[in-house]
Design a protein around this ligand. Structure first.
Ligand code: HEC
Length: 275
């Protein structure tokens, strides 16, 4: 199993620990132990009296047990027009794989101009290994490094972007996900040597599940899409075959403008009712 946008975690436990003690919650790589203690306190000692608990069904120990009756696969639209099921297969609405749908390229090009990600100089395995600190992201083992390829592009810092799985694959700071990532990248065909597979990891991101999207905007790992309609309207680069290391399955998508409203409404039907 491979979890998180860039495949950093190989189990649900590591995902929960890593996410809750990571930068999304404001913790630095060097603060992992402190973060763990804090999160454990918040969850274990929740008595249900806080505002969020009142709104969303009670204290953590109750909510975390789950309230979501499973959705029968027959309820899903089948068909080739969206090709959605190729990647968002029921019952989890994810294939647990990672693909490059163009989200990173769209973000990078929007800031630095069309063609910016295609032209970006990305090191091969050997130069990356020889210069770990210059290229790879901060971790508890390397807390002070910059991680230019796991960053948010900004106009004043060209060359910085987020290449997803590329940061984790063959990175010795993440030993556990290496076997599943290797398997995933190898499925694309031989040769399966790390130096050949590293370019195939460029801008791959985990396929998210599609339940309860009403609570998880903004969308895509970039957070650049505010509504489901925006997400579904985005795939032009992929359709035009202009993605660096893009996923071929997106060529099968033939959504028209008229499909977007009903498909968005269909996805909203999977919103969770926490009542
Ligand atoms: C080739 C595989 C693939 C296909 C086909 C595909 N998706 Fe996705 N989808 C992904 C991946 C990977 C992401 C995450 C991309 C990212 O964040 O970089 C994603 C993201 C999304 C998101 C955003 C979810 C979130 O939490 O941010 C939605 C909604 C979505 N897809 C719906 C669909 C629908 C509806 C279809 C069919 C019209 C479809 N996808 C077709 C792989 C696919």
């Amino acid at each position: 199993m491979l979890l998180h946008v860039d495949g950093e975690f190989a189990s649900v436990t590591d995902l929960v620990k890593g996410t809750c003690t990571g930068r999304n919650f404001g913790w630095l790589p060097s603060e992992q132990a402190q973060a763990m203690a804090h999160i454990a306190h918040i969850i274990r000692d929740d008595d249900g009296s806080g505002e969020l608990a009142q709104q969303h069904g009670g204290p953590y120990p109750v909510v975390l047990k789950g309230t979501d009756p499973s959705i029968p696969p027959e309820a899903l639209a089948q068909g080739k027009i969206g090709n959605c099921i190729a990647c968002h297969a029921p019952p989890n609405f994810t294939d647990f794989q990672s693909h490059n749908t163009g989200a990173a390229q769209e973000e990078c090009d929007a800031i630095h101009g069309t063609g910016a990600l295609a032209a970006l100089v990305i090191p091969d395995l050997r130069p990356r290994r020889d210069n770990h600190d210059a290229y790879l992201p901060p971790t508890p083992q390397h807390p002070e490094v910059q991680g230019p390829f796991r960053d948010i592009p900004s106009p004043d810092q060209p060359g910085r972007t987020d290449l997803g799985l590329w940061n984790v694959y063959a990175n010795p700071d993440f030993p556990k996900p290496q076997a599943p990532i290797q398997q995933l990248l190898c499925a694309g065909g031989k040769p399966c040597l790390p130096q050949a597979l590293l370019p195939k990891a460029i801008a791959l991101f985990k396929t998210p599940g599609l339940r309860d999207l009403g609570h998880s905007a903004p969308y895509l790992h970039t957070g650049r899409k505010g509504t489901l309609e925006d997400v579904l309207g985005f795939s032009n680069l992929a359709r035009a075959g202009q993605l660096r290391n893009g996923v071929p399955a997106l060529h099968g998508m033939a959504l028209t403008k008229e499909d977007i409203a009903p498909l968005s409404a269909f996805l909203r039907a999977w919103n969770e009712d926490y009542g």
